[in-house]
Design a protein around this ligand. Structure first.
Ligand SMILES: Cc1ncc(COP(=O)(O)O)c(C=O)c1O
Length: 392
């Protein structure tokens, strides 16, 4: 009776079940998987948020499938600050970046069509693709002291049913940032193969080196920048994201016309949130400045981590860090063991690393929590009983 696209195995795996039990136990924990800024001491002041949402116009319902013009203009100003000049008519609001993916998959793909996504990458993409009956095909990011696109491998992954390429820059969890040359090469490749280029840029404001937008410059391909208030302002609860289209008018025009119809079917972006968007975006540094300080403090705590027990992979931005613990250590056994010590971390296999032997930690926790959590991780990795796990 139920669809095959939702036929997931819903039994919680051992790690998820033990993590839930630990969180529910009330025991003090060092949660290095915390990705919610509002739970990490980075929340907006309640009165500031309440004031931003207090607009008398919230009493009226004036649906606009693309999003209210003033809100789209505010997104255009945000993009201009990132050197991407985008006409507000090429911007469409969504309820989140996740929903932006869903709308674009509907626009670009028939059931069974393929979208290329990076590996490693974050697990939500699989779920979003399942829900649109789209098949994800991985292309590798390569690490040689920093992360790079392997354009030849990406090109080899293109098949007759490929419709789009997703890039995440800075990436989750690696912090990989695409430079202008990589982006230009990818743009040409997409244009030549009639593929859309989707740039997930939710972490762009934390990039540690120049992080060009897919919406900047003259794109040859049909390109879409995706982002939202969840990461740009630390306000996932507002439920506002956006898509900004780039590329030749002949490609962008028809795509946006259809996208507007898709958006019109749901009208999912809340009116009060759209009205608040310009004011919230204008005050984003109130969130971003403390966020950057937090990320820097936690990165500094990682600076001393290099040795036999674990080392830290270089990252160019984002809210996460990757520890390399060696291929012979069993990631899951290590994570379970750390739970017993009150420390929550993610195993690398959640994120599709090509090789085993990684842990992923969030850089959001308060620095004392982060430093103590990392100390316990390194201590655990250093103990001999983990030197001979089976790996995954
Ligand atoms: C790279 C990336 N893109 C998109 C999202 C989802 O963002 P949103 O909350 O706007 O749906 C996440 C969430 O962690 C993410 O890591």
């Amino acid at each position: 009776m139920l669809s095959s696209r939702t036929a997931w195995d819903l039994a919680a795996n051992a790690l998820a079940a033990r993590t839930d039990a630990l969180r529910a136990s009330g025991r003090p924990i060092l949660d290095l998987a915390e990705s919610n800024p509002t739970h990490a001491g980075l929340a907006w002041a309640p009165e500031e948020l309440a004031a931003a949402l207090a607009d008398p116009r919230v009493a009226s319902y004036d649906p606009a499938p693309q999003g209210l013009p003033a809100a789209r203009e505010a997104v255009a100003r945000y993009l201009a600050s990132r050197d991407a000049v985008v006409d507000p008519e090429r911007i469409l609001l969504t309820a989140s970046t996740s929903e932006a993916y869903a709308l674009l998959f509907k626009l670009l793909c028939d059931p069974g069509d393929e979208v290329l996504v990076p590996a490693p990458s974050y697990p939500l993409l699989d779920l979003l693709a399942d829900l649109e009956a789209v098949r994800l095909v991985r292309y590798p990011l390569r690490y040689d002291g920093s992360w790079h696109l392997d354009l030849a491998a990406l090109e080899a992954a293109i098949g007759p049913r490929t419709r789009a390429v997703v890039v995440v820059s800075p990436a989750n969890p690696t912090g990989a940032v695409l430079d202008a040359d990589e982006l230009a090469a990818l743009d040409r490749l997409c244009a030549a193969n009639d593929l859309a280029l989707l740039g997930d840029e939710v972490f762009a404001d934390t990039a540690l080196r120049p992080c060009p937008s897919v919406a900047a410059g003259d794109r040859e391909a049909l390109a879409f920048h995706l982002s939202g208030l969840s990461k740009v302002c630390g306000l996932p609860q507002l439920k506002v994201g956006w898509i900004a289209a780039a590329g030749p008018a002949a490609r962008v025009g028809p795509a946006l016309a259809r996208l507007e119809v898709v958006a019109d079917a749901y009208l999912s972006v809340s009116g009060p949130a759209q009205l608040a968007l310009p004011g919230l975006l204008a005050r984003r540094e109130g969130f971003l400045a403390p966020l950057r300080a937090r990320l820097a403090a936690n990165r500094a705590a990682l600076a001393g981590v290099h040795g036999a027990a674990a080392d830290v992979l270089a990252s160019a931005g984002g809210w996460t860090a990757v520890l390399r613990i060696g291929e012979t250590r069993d990631e899951e056994a290590l994570c379970l063991d750390l739970l017993d010590e009150g420390v929550v971390v993610h195993p690398g296999f959640f994120y599709d690393f090509e090789r085993p032997g990684h842990l992923v930690v969030s850089l959001l926790p308060p620095p004392p929590v982060f430093a103590e959590g990392i100390r316990r991780v390194i201590d655990r990795c250093g103990r001999a009983d983990f030197a001979s796990g089976s790996g995954r």
